[in-house]
Design a protein around this ligand. Structure first.
Ligand code: OAD
Length: 253
């Protein structure tokens, strides 16, 4: 590992009055949650994301889409934070103004101890009414329910319509307040860590792009090239390996 890059990141974070940590599926990969594109293996290999993660797909085949999310939900339920999540939480404790913005629908940042995480794409553990019959969003707690696997998705207790996961699908708007807060932070911060995201999904990708356009230090933690690697300082390592090193170096400054 390039120690100079680690030290450079630690110093930039220390000197920045406000920091944004922007994460994607790659930060949870080492916890055993496959990245979105890698998740389409095995049973699900014959589908494309657009066939499973859109309102149109759900309308056309609600059972298929519900069952796919149930499979993802099980993976997330079994997952525990990895050293990257723990290092990010530690960095938030050490830094006076650090905001975590994630595209992930798991709660591994929170399990690791991060506070006030902005979830741009929702939360897979939550369920809501597809019709939002009681206003937006109509969350329904199904934790005590016995769900018949032959009759999915379960029905909304208010309107009898379909229930669906509380995640943002392709062709859907992001939660307005969350996106506004994240974009505002990307205009205000003085350094950004981008961790485990390919950068191909909008509007989320605007967050690092804003930071790059402002010319502040941006570090891209990703073992493979992302949309940001060329313009940011690229740390080409798995997040679980490099993030603890950066935080150790930060704590020594
Ligand atoms: P992707 O699956 O597009 O990209 C995951 C990124 O993580 C890739 O660039 C990998 O190289 C990188 N990666 C893999 N292992 C890693 C590791 N150990 N450490 C660091 N990086 C690693 O996931 P996202 O960019 O999060 O949207 O995708 C964005 C959105 O697209 C998701 O939130 C989801 C998906 O469609 C919605 O659900 C709306």
């Amino acid at each position: 590992m390039n120690e100079q890059l680690v030290a450079q990141a630690a110093r930039a974070l220390k000197e920045a009055r406000a920091v944004v940590v922007f994460t994607g599926a790659g930060v949870s990969a080492e916890s055993g949650v496959p990245t979105f594109r890698d998740a389409l293996t095995g049973l699900w290999a014959r589908y494309r994301p657009e066939e499973l993660a859109t309102p149109q797909a759900f309308r056309a085949n609600p059972k298929l889409v519900w069952d796919w999310y149930e499979f993802r939900r099980e993976l997330v339920r079994a997952a525990r934070p990895n050293p990257a999540h723990l290092a990010i939480a530690e960095l938030q404790r050490l830094h006076p103004d650090l905001l975590v913005v994630t595209q992930n629908v798991d709660d591994l940042h929170e399990q690791a101890g991060s506070r006030d995480v902005l979830h741009l794409h929702g939360n897979i553990a939550q369920t809501k009414c597809f019709n939002n019959c009681q206003g937006t969003p109509t969350l329904v707690d199904i934790s005590g329910w016995t769900i018949d696997p032959d009759h999915t998705p379960p029905a909304c207790p208010h309107c009898g319509g379909w229930l669906r996961p509380n995640v943002v699908w392709f062709n859907e708007a992001l939660p307005f307040d969350v996106l506004e807060a994240a974009l505002e932070a990307s205009q205000r911060c003085a350094a950004m860590l981008v961790i485990g995201t390919s950068g191909v999904v909008y509007p989320a990708a605007r967050i690092p792009l804003n930071a790059l356009a402002r010319g502040i230090p941006v570090f891209d933690v990703n073992p493979y090239q992302s949309q940001f690697s060329q313009d940011a300082v690229w740390l080409p390592y798995p997040a679980g390996e490099v993030m603890p090193r950066i935080v150790e170096a930060y704590a020594r400054l």
